[in-house]
Design a protein around this ligand. Sequence first.
Ligand SMILES: NC(=O)c1ccc[n+]([C@@H]2O[C@H](COP(=O)([O-])OP(=O)(O)OC[C@H]3O[C@@H](n4cnc5c(N)ncnc54)[C@H](OP(=O)(O)O)[C@@H]3O)[C@@H](O)[C@H]2O)c1
Length: 232
Amino acid sequence: MRIGIVGTGKMGREIEAVAASRGHDVVWRVGSKENPEGRGLSPERLAGADVVFEFTIPSAAVANLLALGSSGARAVCGTTGWSRDLPRVTEAFVKGGGALVHAANFSVGVRHFFELATRAARLFTPAGYASYLVEEHHEQKRDAPSGTAKTVATIFEMETGRSLSITSVRAGSIPGTHRLVFESPEDEVEIIHRSRSRAGFARGAVWAGERIAGRTGVYEFGELLNEASGGR
Ligand SMILES: NC(=O)c1ccc[n+]([C@@H]2O[C@H](COP(=O)([O-])OP(=O)(O)OC[C@H]3O[C@@H](n4cnc5c(N)ncnc54)[C@H](OP(=O)(O)O)[C@@H]3O)[C@@H](O)[C@H]2O)c1
């Protein structure tokens, strides 16, 4: 595949390394200077790439996605913190005839963590356990709570009808830890996902890009994983 990268930070560089290791060509990359308000994403530039990866910052993502959507691009977006704009981004991709895969977390391990959180909420909350989530990330991460923590909170609320208390820590270079705790006066149960590096996110994102080449529509990463596993 010919790949374009919007956002040349930590994740953009990781995507580039994983894409190269899978035999894909990075044909262009765009940083913040060349792309104010998404204006660097011209139809000519986009025509040169089969799939575009967008890993930037919350305040830049929507303009980028609207430009990608209206040009009919195939895009994978991992930027977090823009989910309230999903309806208008979806509209742009549907009108433009391209495809988008988005996720707050492209790690397969985190997706299984979500499954465990669902099951645990069903078991422990009716049994009287209190629960909370602590998430820790490196000090440059701008959004808090993390998109992943918000997803766990949504799952928890759907399963139990209650809100989940979240504490965010931003320090040093922690790639990302999420700790979901269920506690009673007698005991405590923790489910922990600890990222060791960003490579897991990049591998999931590149896999998603391979799946949407040639497709149309807007997908959340979990939908593609379910489809690939035959809905198991
Ligand atoms: N979904 C997942 O699995 C996953 C995993 C990890 C991180 N993330 C998310 O992905 C995003 C990026 O993370 P990161 O660790 O790569 O952050 P980062 O190292 O801070 O990189 C962000 C990059 O975005 C660039 N940028 C800002 N505005 C731009 C624009 N208009 N056009 C092009 N580039 C622009 C910045 O460029 P300048 O430096 O020039 O300003 C910077 O290089 C964050 O939202 C993070 O939460 C998602």
